[in-house]
Design a binder for this molecule. Structure first.
Ligand SMILES: *Cc1c(COP(=O)(O)O)cnc(C)c1O
Ligand SMILES: [Zn+2]
Length: 478
């Protein structure tokens, strides 16, 4: 089967009658049609949501009704793990929808990781989003943003990226041939697996002398000046696609709500989307309770942790005072402090979805924690030893669950889902360095700080090219 829709043709712009964009600030609440290309409210500058007139939409009365789509795998919209939930993100007509077979992911019960985190056997699940076509969860959101771009007739789409967003955008552009990708990357760390995808998929790749936060600021300017469609997670349609990660978690649990969802936090798009997903499912009466949400920062990029856990920044129904955030950003600038972590996908100091994430934390009675690069790499090694593997940023979820368990906030008997956001092969450099590098050279080779030992290293053994020596080595070590 083809990966994109053969019938997709450039058509005129379309507008939904039952979906619209709405400012997240209750004080403003301005609304805009789905035919408008916006990444912030023109009236007050806040983020936008995609909202629906649910009573005019034919939503299934129970989540199990979505299972009927499983028998329709020949239909690309039923095969897609995003679009089989179309009724829960109904902003585009089916003939405009773009898919590359995204969202066919796995919820894996991982007992070895449960033991590492100190949870009862059977209670830790890994939601493996590395199985997406471009290897990260970003495809869930990108197919939705891309679909919206297709609805409004965009010809070019742009993003700033630590790597996975650009890989995903480049893939959708290449596979659908509907648009040209323009990607902005910083000159710091970008994992080679990700860069290689963007280059091979043929994206116009602009490397800025700066970090992700700089690239993000520039891409906003450039896209508004040149009228290029922006697909970063400030794009409200992207988050609609990312809601489906939670739908699939529920699906895999036969529609039971787990106790905890644990997710790494970078730009906070995922955590924001998860909160919206649960708020909507609850409001629609499709679930009777929401899980708790834990967002995990890297210690070297811990803005949300600092603001939420130390400076009491809160959403408060949209009335929270954002002054502590402004204050904190000024402090970062004054100290010239840049984000720094081995987990390059979450190496972000100015998360664009901060306010939406605060809202999600309120909806899901959430907590925020930070984990060190040491904790991230050790957790990653444990995940990999279980056979599915992930990139460093993803392992922050497992490391964070371990911290929360040790603090008694997660109970041993809780059912916990950790999101593995990206594939193991995205960043082989970090993995190989962890397993092979001498401890003294560790931080130098990995470009990080504070990592003292590779606790779970699986070292290669060096043997002379001699049969007896080889046999002796194998018998000694196995
Ligand atoms: C983008 C990304 C993240 C961060 O997700 P946000 O939604 O920006 O918080 C985490 N892990 C991986 C692998 C990513 O690509
Ligand atoms: Zn507004």
């Amino acid at each position: 089967m083809g990966r994109a829709f053969p019938h997709l043709q450039p058509l005129g712009p379309t507008v939904s009658e039952t979906a619209f964009q709405r400012c997240i600030s209750p004080a403003c609440g301005a609304t805009y049609g789905t035919d408008e290309i916006l990444v912030a409210c023109p009236q007050c500058g806040n983020l936008l949501d995609v909202s629906y007139e649910w009573d005019r939409i034919n939503v299934p009365t129970k989540l199990a009704d979505f299972e009927s789509k499983w028998t329709r795998r020949f239909d690309p919209l039923s095969l897609s793990g995003v679009w089989r939930f179309h009724e829960l993100l109904p902003f585009a007509p089916p003939e405009r929808i773009v898919t590359a077979g995204e969202g066919q992911t796995l919820l894996q019960q991982a007992d070895a990781v449960a033991e590492f985190v100190d949870l009862d056997a059977g209670n830790l699940y890994l939601q493996y989003e590395g199985m997406n076509p471009s290897g990260s969860f970003k495809d869930n959101g990108m197919c939705a943003a891309f679909t919206h771009a297709n609805c409004v007739g965009a010809k070019r789409a742009a993003c700033a990226s630590t790597g996975n967003t650009s890989a995903s955008l480049a893939m959708y552009c290449a596979v659908s041939r509907l648009m040209k990708a323009v990607i902005f990357i910083g000159s710091g760390k970008i994992a080679y697996g990700k860069l290689s995808q963007a280059l091979e998929f043929g994206a116009l790749t602009v490397q800025i002398a700066g970090d992700f936060d700089d690239a993000m600021a520039r891409v906003r300017e450039v896209s508004s000046q040149l009228g290029i469609y922006l697909v970063n997670s400030v794009n409200p349609f992207r988050l609609e696609g990312q809601k489906t990660i939670m739908f699939r978690v529920l699906e895999a649990l036969r529609w039971q709500v787990p106790d905890w969802i644990v997710v790494p936090g970078g730009n906070l798009g995922n955590s924001s989307a998860f909160g919206k997903a649960f708020a909507e499912l609850h409001a629609l009466g499709l679930i009777d309770r929401v899980p708790r949400l834990a967002v995990i920062n890297a210690a070297g990029a811990n803005t949300l942790y600092e603001l939420f856990e130390h400076r009491q920044l809160r959403w408060q129904g949209g009335r929270g005072d954002l002054e502590p955030a402004c204050q904190y950003y000024q402090e970062l600038d004054a100290a010239k402090r840049k984000a720094s972590t081995i987990a390059s996908a979450i190496e972000i100091n100015r998360p664009v979805n901060l306010t939406k994430c605060l809202r999600a934390l309120e909806v899901c009675d959430g907590v925020v924690r930070e984990v060190t690069d040491q904790e991230i790499l050790d957790a990653k090694a444990k995940v990999g030893a279980g056979g599915i593997g992930c990139e460093p940023a993803s392992a922050a979820s497992v490391a964070g669950a371990k911290v929360l368990r040790s603090q008694g906030i997660i109970a041993r008997s809780d059912r916990v889902v950790c999101i593995l956001t990206g594939h193991q092969l995205k960043d082989p450099t970090a993995t190989v360095a962890y397993h092979t590098t001498d401890q003294e050279k560790f931080n130098e080779v990995l470009g990080c700080r504070g990592v003292r030992r590779a606790t779970y290293a699986n070292r290669a053994i060096a043997v002379p090219n001699d049969l007896d020596e080889i046999i002796r080595a194998i018998q000694l070590y196995s």
